[in-house]
Unconditional design. Structure first.
Lengths: 59, 149
Protein backbone atom coordinates (compact mmCIF):
# COMPACT_ATOMS: atom_id res chain seq x y z
CA UNK A 1 0.00 0.00 0.00
CA UNK A 2 1.34 3.37 -0.94
CA UNK A 3 1.47 5.98 1.83
CA UNK A 4 0.35 9.44 0.67
CA UNK A 5 3.17 11.99 0.53
CA UNK A 6 1.20 14.46 2.67
CA UNK A 7 0.99 11.90 5.46
CA UNK A 8 4.74 11.29 5.33
CA UNK A 9 5.39 15.04 5.39
CA UNK A 10 3.08 15.50 8.38
CA UNK A 11 4.78 12.63 10.17
CA UNK A 12 8.21 14.13 9.46
CA UNK A 13 7.03 17.46 10.79
CA UNK A 14 5.73 15.94 14.02
CA UNK A 15 9.00 14.03 14.47
CA UNK A 16 11.06 17.15 13.89
CA UNK A 17 9.00 19.07 16.45
CA UNK A 18 9.41 16.28 18.97
CA UNK A 19 13.14 16.20 18.41
CA UNK A 20 13.38 19.97 18.80
CA UNK A 21 11.35 19.81 22.00
CA UNK A 22 13.60 17.08 23.41
CA UNK A 23 16.67 19.08 22.53
CA UNK A 24 15.30 22.18 24.27
CA UNK A 25 14.58 20.10 27.37
CA UNK A 26 18.10 18.69 27.33
CA UNK A 27 19.60 22.16 26.98
CA UNK A 28 17.42 23.47 29.81
CA UNK A 29 18.41 20.61 32.07
CA UNK A 30 22.06 21.44 31.40
CA UNK A 31 21.52 25.15 32.05
CA UNK A 32 19.79 24.31 35.32
CA UNK A 33 23.15 23.04 36.61
CA UNK A 34 24.66 26.50 36.15
CA UNK A 35 25.57 28.41 39.31
CA UNK A 36 25.84 31.75 37.52
CA UNK A 37 24.10 34.58 39.39
CA UNK A 38 22.36 37.58 37.83
CA UNK A 39 25.06 39.90 39.14
CA UNK A 40 27.86 37.75 37.71
CA UNK A 41 26.03 37.47 34.39
CA UNK A 42 25.77 41.24 34.16
CA UNK A 43 29.45 41.71 35.00
CA UNK A 44 30.53 39.11 32.47
CA UNK A 45 28.17 40.56 29.88
CA UNK A 46 29.67 44.01 30.37
CA UNK A 47 33.20 42.63 29.96
CA UNK A 48 32.25 40.88 26.73
CA UNK A 49 30.47 43.99 25.53
CA UNK A 50 33.55 46.09 26.27
CA UNK A 51 35.73 43.63 24.37
CA UNK A 52 33.38 43.82 21.38
CA UNK A 53 33.57 47.63 21.44
CA UNK A 54 37.38 47.55 21.65
CA UNK A 55 37.52 45.20 18.65
CA UNK A 56 35.31 47.68 16.78
CA UNK A 57 37.95 50.33 17.44
CA UNK A 58 35.62 52.71 19.28
CA UNK A 59 38.25 53.60 21.91
CA UNK B 1 14.04 41.56 14.28
CA UNK B 2 15.77 42.19 17.55
CA UNK B 3 19.32 43.21 18.42
CA UNK B 4 20.56 41.25 21.42
CA UNK B 5 23.03 42.67 23.92
CA UNK B 6 25.94 40.53 25.20
CA UNK B 7 24.56 40.88 28.73
CA UNK B 8 21.40 39.06 27.62
CA UNK B 9 23.45 36.36 25.89
CA UNK B 10 25.37 35.69 29.11
CA UNK B 11 22.17 35.85 31.18
CA UNK B 12 20.83 32.93 29.16
CA UNK B 13 23.30 30.78 31.12
CA UNK B 14 21.64 31.60 34.45
CA UNK B 15 20.32 28.40 36.05
CA UNK B 16 16.61 29.10 35.76
CA UNK B 17 16.87 29.07 31.98
CA UNK B 18 14.22 31.78 31.53
CA UNK B 19 16.27 33.92 29.16
CA UNK B 20 17.42 30.90 27.17
CA UNK B 21 13.87 29.65 26.79
CA UNK B 22 12.73 33.05 25.61
CA UNK B 23 15.51 33.19 23.02
CA UNK B 24 14.41 29.76 21.77
CA UNK B 25 10.80 30.90 21.70
CA UNK B 26 11.62 34.05 19.73
CA UNK B 27 13.51 31.92 17.26
CA UNK B 28 10.56 29.57 16.91
CA UNK B 29 8.27 32.55 16.34
CA UNK B 30 10.53 33.59 13.45
CA UNK B 31 11.99 36.65 15.16
CA UNK B 32 15.58 37.05 14.08
CA UNK B 33 18.13 37.94 16.74
CA UNK B 34 21.17 39.94 15.71
CA UNK B 35 24.46 40.67 17.42
CA UNK B 36 27.39 42.82 16.34
CA UNK B 37 30.62 41.12 15.19
CA UNK B 38 33.13 39.57 17.58
CA UNK B 39 30.54 38.11 19.98
CA UNK B 40 31.86 34.58 19.44
CA UNK B 41 35.47 35.67 19.79
CA UNK B 42 34.79 37.58 23.00
CA UNK B 43 32.86 34.67 24.52
CA UNK B 44 35.77 32.44 23.61
CA UNK B 45 38.22 34.83 25.27
CA UNK B 46 36.13 34.83 28.47
CA UNK B 47 35.38 31.12 28.32
CA UNK B 48 37.41 30.18 31.41
CA UNK B 49 35.75 32.89 33.47
CA UNK B 50 32.29 31.80 32.30
CA UNK B 51 33.18 28.22 33.18
CA UNK B 52 34.39 29.27 36.62
CA UNK B 53 31.21 31.23 37.37
CA UNK B 54 28.73 28.72 35.95
CA UNK B 55 30.60 25.76 37.44
CA UNK B 56 29.66 23.80 34.32
CA UNK B 57 31.94 21.19 32.78
CA UNK B 58 33.89 22.34 29.75
CA UNK B 59 32.12 20.10 27.18
CA UNK B 60 28.70 21.00 28.59
CA UNK B 61 29.42 24.72 28.47
CA UNK B 62 30.90 24.46 24.98
CA UNK B 63 27.79 22.65 23.79
CA UNK B 64 25.45 25.18 25.41
CA UNK B 65 27.31 28.13 23.92
CA UNK B 66 27.41 26.58 20.46
CA UNK B 67 23.66 25.92 20.58
CA UNK B 68 23.02 29.43 21.85
CA UNK B 69 25.09 31.01 19.10
CA UNK B 70 23.12 29.08 16.47
CA UNK B 71 20.09 31.14 17.49
CA UNK B 72 21.83 34.49 16.91
CA UNK B 73 22.91 36.04 13.64
CA UNK B 74 26.27 37.72 13.97
CA UNK B 75 26.32 40.63 11.55
CA UNK B 76 29.59 41.57 9.86
CA UNK B 77 30.89 44.99 10.88
CA UNK B 78 30.78 46.15 7.24
CA UNK B 79 26.95 46.02 7.36
CA UNK B 80 26.61 48.64 10.10
CA UNK B 81 29.91 50.47 9.76
CA UNK B 82 28.21 53.43 7.97
CA UNK B 83 26.08 53.99 11.11
CA UNK B 84 28.95 53.94 13.62
CA UNK B 85 29.44 57.71 13.54
CA UNK B 86 25.77 58.45 14.19
CA UNK B 87 25.80 55.90 17.00
CA UNK B 88 28.94 57.45 18.47
CA UNK B 89 27.17 60.81 18.71
CA UNK B 90 24.22 59.28 20.58
CA UNK B 91 25.88 56.87 23.00
CA UNK B 92 27.07 58.08 26.38
CA UNK B 93 28.91 54.76 26.83
CA UNK B 94 31.25 53.76 24.00
CA UNK B 95 30.54 50.07 24.65
CA UNK B 96 27.02 50.60 23.30
CA UNK B 97 28.10 52.05 19.94
CA UNK B 98 28.19 48.76 17.94
CA UNK B 99 24.70 47.84 19.20
CA UNK B 100 23.18 51.15 18.32
CA UNK B 101 24.87 51.17 14.90
CA UNK B 102 23.54 47.67 14.25
CA UNK B 103 20.03 48.70 15.25
CA UNK B 104 20.20 51.73 12.95
CA UNK B 105 21.38 49.56 10.07
CA UNK B 106 18.33 47.35 10.62
CA UNK B 107 15.93 50.27 10.41
CA UNK B 108 15.96 51.06 14.16
CA UNK B 109 15.32 47.49 15.24
CA UNK B 110 14.55 47.20 18.95
CA UNK B 111 17.39 46.17 21.26
CA UNK B 112 17.09 43.62 24.06
CA UNK B 113 19.43 44.81 26.79
CA UNK B 114 19.61 45.14 30.56
CA UNK B 115 21.65 48.33 30.17
CA UNK B 116 19.79 51.37 31.51
CA UNK B 117 22.16 53.90 29.90
CA UNK B 118 21.55 52.37 26.50
CA UNK B 119 17.81 52.61 27.09
CA UNK B 120 18.07 56.31 27.91
CA UNK B 121 20.27 57.08 24.89
CA UNK B 122 18.11 55.10 22.49
CA UNK B 123 14.91 56.77 23.62
CA UNK B 124 16.33 60.07 22.29
CA UNK B 125 16.38 58.71 18.73
CA UNK B 126 13.29 56.53 18.83
CA UNK B 127 14.85 53.10 19.28
CA UNK B 128 13.06 50.85 21.76
CA UNK B 129 15.18 49.04 24.32
CA UNK B 130 13.42 46.08 25.92
CA UNK B 131 14.99 45.53 29.30
CA UNK B 132 13.12 42.67 30.89
CA UNK B 133 11.93 39.21 29.97
CA UNK B 134 8.33 40.35 30.49
CA UNK B 135 8.79 43.32 28.17
CA UNK B 136 10.24 41.15 25.40
CA UNK B 137 7.44 38.60 25.76
CA UNK B 138 4.76 41.26 25.75
CA UNK B 139 6.17 43.15 22.78
CA UNK B 140 7.29 40.36 20.51
CA UNK B 141 5.57 37.10 21.21
CA UNK B 142 2.04 36.40 20.15
CA UNK B 143 0.15 35.52 23.36
CA UNK B 144 -1.02 32.09 22.19
CA UNK B 145 2.50 30.90 21.34
CA UNK B 146 3.77 31.65 24.82
CA UNK B 147 0.69 30.19 26.52
CA UNK B 148 1.08 26.93 24.64
CA UNK B 149 4.42 26.13 26.29
Amino acid sequence: MEVPKELIDDFKKVLEELLEESKTRLLLSLIERSKLTEKEALELGEKIKHGIAVKHGVY
Amino acid sequence: MLVIDANVVVASLIGRGTVFLLIKQLNKAGIKLFSPSFLEKEIEEHFDEIMEKTKLDKPVLKYLISELLKLIEIEPKSKYEPYMEQARKTCSDSDDIPYLALSLSLGKAPIWSFDEKLKEDCSKIGIRVLSSVEEVMKELLPKNKWKNR
